[in-house]
Design a protein around this ligand. Structure first.
Ligand code: PMP
Ligand code: GLN
Length: 388
C-alpha cells in the first residue's frame, strides 16, 4: 500500500492527443486527430542524422553542451535575424530544448512563482495550464473572440491584475489557425508597457501561414522581445515531430533563468539530431521558405474535399489544422462526436472544447482535423466524411 497521493494535478487526465490517437489505432480509423505528418522528413535531413550517428572517434553521440550545439544555436540566430530582423546571441539568448513542450515548461517554471497569475487565451494548448499549476501559479482564462479567434483586447486588459506575471500566446494558433497582424503587436506592447508582465510566445507553427500572410513573431518587435520567451519546434518545420527538438529565444537575463531549469529537466538534447538540423538549415534554407506553399496546397485539397460534405468551415489561415463546424451533421457535444466519428465512421478528430475553461466552448459544435497528410489519406478520410 502506498501513502495517500493527494495529486498535484487532480484535474488532469491523459492528454486528448494520446486518447484520440489510441482510439484511432484501436478502431483502425484514419488518424486526423493528433498533429503529425504521415510523410517523411526531407531525405537529406535523415541522411545527415545517420551520418552524425555513424561518426567514429568524435563526441557526436555523447552529451551535447547544455545550451545546445553551437552550430545549431548559430543557425537559429541566423534564421531569426533573416526572418524577423532579431539580433539574438547564440551564447546568451538561444537554448536548444527537447521540443517546444520542454521549452514551454522550462520558461513557465523559470518565471512563475507561487500565487502568480498567468493569462492563457482559450482555446489554449493543453500543456500550459499544468505547467503553471506545478509552478504554484494560477491560470486565468481569457477566451479568444468568435468568429476568427482573434484577441479580445478588452477582456485581456480586464484580466490583468497586480498578480499577473505571465501572458502565454500562441500564434499561428492551434487549433484555429488564427494569426497576428502587425497592429496586434503594437497593441500588445501598449497593453504591457509599464507592467512587470512577461510573455511566453509559442510560435511552433511559424512557417505555416497561407495566402501571403506573414508571421508576426514577437522577435520582430524589440519592445516585446525584451520581455518575451519565444519558443519554436523543428518537429513541425521538418516533418519530424518524433525528434523532439525545439528552442527558446529570450534576452540574456531571461535565458539565464530558463537554463537554470532546462539543465535539470532535460540537461541536453540528442546530439546527432541537433547536428543534422544545424547542417540542414545551412544546406537547405529553401525548405522553410517552401513550407507555406506546401501546406497551403494540402489545405486547399482538403478544403475542396470538405466542400463535398455537410461540415462547414472557413479555410485555415495557418498551421496544419482545419476546424469544422459539424452542427449540420450532429447535435452531440464535441467530445462525444469526435469519439463517434472515430469509432463508427473511421476518421479521428480532436474535440476543441477541451482546450477551453468556459462553458460556452462546450456548446460549440467544432472539431479539428490535421491535414499534414498524403493526398491519398485525405481522400480516403473525405470519402468517409461524405457519408455523414
Ligand atoms: N505548442 C503547440 C501549440 C503545439 O501544437 C505543439 C505540438 N505538438 C507544441 C507546442 C509542442 O511541440 P513539440 O512537439 O516540439 O514539443
Ligand atoms: N501539437 C500536436 C497537436 O496539437 C500534438 C502534440 C502532442 O501530441 N502532445 O495535435
Amino acid at each position: 500500500m502506498h501513502p495517500p497521493i493527494d495529486s498535484k494535478l487532480p484535474r488532469v487526465g491523459t492528454t486528448i492527443f494520446t486518447v484520440m490517437s489510441r482510439l484511432a489505432a484501436e478502431h483502425g480509423a484514419i488518424n486526423l486527430s493528433q498533429g503529425f505528418p504521415d510523410f517523411e522528413p526531407p531525405a537529406r535531413l535523415t541522411e545527415l542524422a545517420g551520418h552524425h550517428m555513424r561518426q567514429r572517434g568524435g563526441a557526436g553521440n555523447q552529451y551535447a553542451p547544455m545550451t545546445g550545439l553551437p552550430s545549431l544555436r548559430e543557425a537559429i540566430a541566423a534564421k531569426v535575424a533573416e526572418y524577423y530582423g532579431c539580433q539574438a546571441s547564440p551564447d546568451s539568448d538561444i537554448t536548444v530544448a527537447s521540443g517546444g513542450t520542454e521549452a514551454l515548461f522550462c520558461a513557465i517554471q523559470a518565471i512563475v512563482r507561487a500565487g502568480d497569475e498567468v493569462i492563457l487565451l482559450d482555446p489554449a494548448y493543453d500543456s500550459y495550464e499544468p505547467a503553471v499549476e506545478l509552478a504554484g501559479g494560477r491560470a486565468v482564462h481569457v477566451p479568444l473572440q468568435r468568429p476568427g479567434f482573434g484577441i479580445d483586447w478588452q477582456r485581456l486588459g480586464d484580466a490583468i491584475t497586480p498578480r499577473t506575471r505571465l501572458l502565454i500566446i500562441n500564434f499561428p494558433h492551434n487549433p484555429s489557425g488564427a494569426t497576428l497582424e502587425p497592429a496586434d503587436l503594437a497593441q500588445l506592447a501598449e497593453l504591457l508597457r509599464g507592467t512587470g508582465i512577461f510573455v511566453l510566445s509559442d510560435e511552433v507553427y511559424e512557417h505555416m501561414l497561407f495566402d501571403g500572410r506573414r508571421h508576426q513573431s514577437l522577435l520582430r518587435h524589440a519592445e516585446l522581445a525584451a520581455r518575451s520567451f519565444v519558443v519554436s519546434s523543428f518537429g513541425k518545420t521538418y516533418h519530424a515531430t518524433g525528434w523532439k527538438v525545439g528552442y527558446c529565444v529570450a534576452p540574456a537575463a531571461l535565458t539565464r533563468e530558463f537554463r537554470k531549469v532546462h539543465q535539470f529537466v532535460q540537461f541536453v538534447v540528442a546530439t546527432p539530431l541537433q547536428a543534422a538540423i544545424a547542417d540542414f538549415m545551412r544546406e537547405c534554407p529553401g525548405h522553410s521558405r517552401e513550407l507555406p506553399a506546401f501546406y497551403q496546397a494540402k489545405r486547399d485539397h482538403f478544403a475542396r474535399l470538405l466542400g463535398e460534405t455537410r461540415f462547414r468551415f472557413e479555410p485555415a489561415h495557418s498551421t496544419y489544422f482545419q476546424l469544422v463546424d459539424y452542427s449540420a451533421v450532429s447535435d452531440l457535444p464535441d467530445t462525444e462526436f469526435a469519439r463517434l466519428l472515430t469509432t463508427q465512421h473511421g476518421v479521428a478528430a480532436i474535440p476543441i472544447s477541451v482546450f477551453s475553461a468556459d462553458d460556452a466552448a462546450k456548446s460549440e459544435r467544432i472539431v479539428r482535423f490535421c491535414f499534414a497528410k498524403h493526398e491519398a489519406t485525405l481522400d480516403a478520410a473525405a470519402a468517409k466524411l461524405r457519408s455523414l
